[in-house]
Design a protein around this ligand. Structure first.
Ligand SMILES: [Zn+2]
Length: 328
């Protein structure tokens, strides 16, 4: 196209007019960046440069402030997490109680037993360890003897004067000689052996016991113990067999039982019960009741009966101890 060449020359346009308006905008909104102007060039005047530097400086400060706040927030979150993890060991979450502190040196049962230095009583449960003893009308002999021995142990252990122990743990069969050896090893100062009687006729009833016989060491002390026990059963209305429930027993050359009433003080060379022969202390073997008799079992064979029998044995031990067991 052909240009106009004639007439008034066209006025040259001021190229800074547009940017002046931008500068005014910047002054009105000091924090807002100038709207992007495609193709617009950066202000070139001194005032425009100063304004832009202030704006840029402010923007850098704000960016730095945001970064600082972000960093501080992050550090706070990390710190809180570390606190929860480390403190949870000492202040558990979910309301759990702290682990109890175990004493550095807890006293063991053995130590406690050794610390107790009472009069040593051996309690022999008669049977057990696979040896059932005699068959009873409701249960076998070993059940009654172990139950009674357990109750007697409870009574003796609760009494500071005594240090009782069982002649066998019942895990395996131990014959009488082994139980006697166990009693000696345990330092027994008095022994009670608990058994149940049996008979072909259920009408057989009553209590009897056997002390170390005449002519043996500990006969007098054993006899005194036996009489205290028999008196206790008599006082509980149990039938006392023989003269007063105390008898001596021997085994002859044919291993046949030979029984003598307590009034017969003659000395016999035949052996008595092995446990009485070899336990090395005053001792009594008790036939608590006839486990073949319903009447006897109700009196001294069932749970209440075993409890009652244990109490009689315990009372007899206490009485005997006051006469024979006190240190001289
Ligand atoms: Zn027996």
């Amino acid at each position: 196209m052909e240009q106009r060449t004639g007439g008034r020359p066209q006025r040259r346009r001021n190229v800074y007019h547009g940017t002046q308006a931008q500068r005014q905008d910047v002054r009105r909104v000091r924090t807002a960046p100038p709207p992007p102007q495609p193709g617009a060039s950066r202000p070139r005047s001194g005032r425009a440069d100063a304004s832009y530097r202030r704006y840029a400086t402010q923007k850098r400060r704000h960016r730095a402030l945001r970064q600082l706040m972000f960093l501080v927030s992050g550090l706070l979150v990390v710190g809180a997490c570390v606190l929860v993890v480390t403190q949870s060991k000492f202040f558990p979450i979910h309301g759990e109680e702290p682990e109890p502190v175990q004493p550095a040196a807890a006293m063991t049962d053995v130590t406690a037993e050794e610390a107790k230095s009472g009069f040593i009583v051996a309690v022999d449960p008669g049977h057990g360890g696979g040896d059932i003893g005699a068959e009873g009308v409701y249960f076998d002999e070993w059940e009654m003897t172990w139950k009674t021995a357990g109750y007697l142990m409870d009574l003796l252990e609760a009494d500071d004067r005594f240090s009782p122990f069982l002649t066998t743990d019942g895990n395996e069969y131990e014959k009488a000689s082994q139980r006697a050896a166990n009693a000696v090893e345990g330092g027994a100062q008095l022994l009670i052996s608990i058994h149940g009687n049996s008979g072909d006729d259920p009408s057989y009833t009553g209590f009897e016991c056997y002390p170390v016989p005449p002519g043996r060491t500990y006969n007098a002390e054993s006899l005194a113990f036996a009489q205290l026990i028999a008196d206790g059963f008599g006082a509980a209305n149990e039938n006392l067999r023989g003269q007063n429930g105390v008898r001596y027993i021997y085994y002859d050359a044919n291993n046949e039982k030979k029984i003598y009433e307590v009034s017969d003080t003659s000395v016999h060379t035949d052996p008595t019960f092995t446990l009485l022969e070899e336990c090395g202390c005053p001792a009594v073997l008790a036939e608590q009741c006839f486990i073949t008799s319903p009447q006897d079992v109700e009196a001294f064979g069932d749970d209440d009966g075993c409890h009652a029998a244990a109490q009689i044995y315990y009372d007899a031990i206490c009485s005997w101890y006051e006469t024979y067991g006190q240190p001289s």
